[in-house]
Design a protein around this ligand. Structure first.
Ligand code: SAM
Length: 192
């Protein structure tokens, strides 16, 4: 099977990739041809969802977005409309999806949305699966502009990991986090 980056960057027009080439190359190292289900936060025009569907013919693809106009359905693609920072909405999503192999956060790109989404969805990552937060440079930039954070790139993820190690009774970082891999503007958190 051709690599994700090769397939996607060769396409043109509305099928063109929405992520930088290096991200597809990184995903190629992690994604498994046999993964059963994946969820992406942030649908926009549905281009990445369609790319996952095309590249992974055995995988059920889910997407969610705040914007109703992003809704579409396809065989093996199911979309949900709601706010990624709303735990009630996210619970209704995972009630339907069940456990997921991969979750990608390409949604609001702001800490106040990334962190609650991670808290709500991490329990639904399968053992051996992983959770990705994309575009950390945008998160840092937005946070810096609105003056909420120091502008340090990794604040949201540090916050996430700190939360889990502090709440060891409920969910321990040592017990559940297998690895945290940093790539350019990308963080991948693996589950034991
Ligand atoms: C970068 S685009 C997603 C691109 C898509 N993943 C792709 O690669 O083709 C980000 C999307 O996140 C959505 N979004 C922004 N804030 C959100 C929120 N609070 N909850 C859910 N979706 C949100 C936007 O409506 C937008 O469609």
């Amino acid at each position: 099977m051709a690599k994700l980056g090769d397939r996607i960057t060769l396409q043109r027009g509305k099928n063109r990739g929405t992520k930088p080439r290096y991200m597809y190359d990184i995903y190629d190292k992690y994604f498994d041809d046999d993964m059963e289900k994946m969820l992406e936060l942030g649908i926009e025009k549905g281009r990445s969802l369609r790319h996952w569907k095309e590249r992974y013919p055995n995988t059920q693809i889910y997407g969610l977005d705040l914007n109703k106009k992003c809704f579409f359905e396809d065989d093996r693609i199911k979309c949900f409309i709601g706010n990624m920072a709303d735990p009630v909405f996210l619970q209704s999503v995972v009630d339907e999806t069940g456990l997921l192999d991969v979750i990608i956060d390409d949604g609001a790109h702001q800490s106040e949305f990334n962190v609650p989404a991670f808290h709500a969805l991490w329990p639904y990552v399968k053992s051996g699966g992983f959770y990705v937060v994309e575009d950390l440079h945008i998160i840092a930039e937005v946070d810096r502009k609105v003056g909420r954070r120091t502008g340090r790139q990794f604040t949201p993820i540090n916050q996430i990991l700190q939360f889990h190690s502090l709440k060891a009774g409920r969910m321990s970082a040592d017990r559940e986090v297998d690895y945290v891999h940093w790539w350019e503007s990308l963080c991948i958190i693996g589950k034991k």
